[in-house]
Design a protein around this ligand. Structure first.
Ligand code: SF4
Length: 75
């Protein structure tokens, strides 16, 4: 079944930290990625292949090049 929200929300450190620290950025990321285009989120990509615990706290959703490097490193 197609999910329209990211399955890693509860374990995503960026998603959860920004909620308190930067509500405006949190809202933008939620709208652009978490609740719609999560399959293009760099954090989602790494989480899907290697687990959310392997995702750097500082990886932002738009950092897909960095995500590709991480996939290579962890393989
Ligand atoms: S930032 Fe990415 S991995 Fe984290 S909850 Fe949003 S879509 Fe999922």
């Amino acid at each position: 079944m197609f999910m329209n929200t990211c399955e890693f929300k509860s374990s995503c450190t960026l998603f959860n930290e920004l909620k308190e620290r930067s509500p405006a950025i949190h809202k933008a990321i939620k709208e652009d990625y978490c609740d719609s285009g999560y399959s293009e989120c760099a954090r989602f990509i790494v989480s899907r292949f290697h687990g959310p615990e392997r995702v750097s706290k500082y990886l932002f959703p738009e950092d897909t090049q960095e995500a590709c490097k991480m996939l290579d490193e962890f393989s």
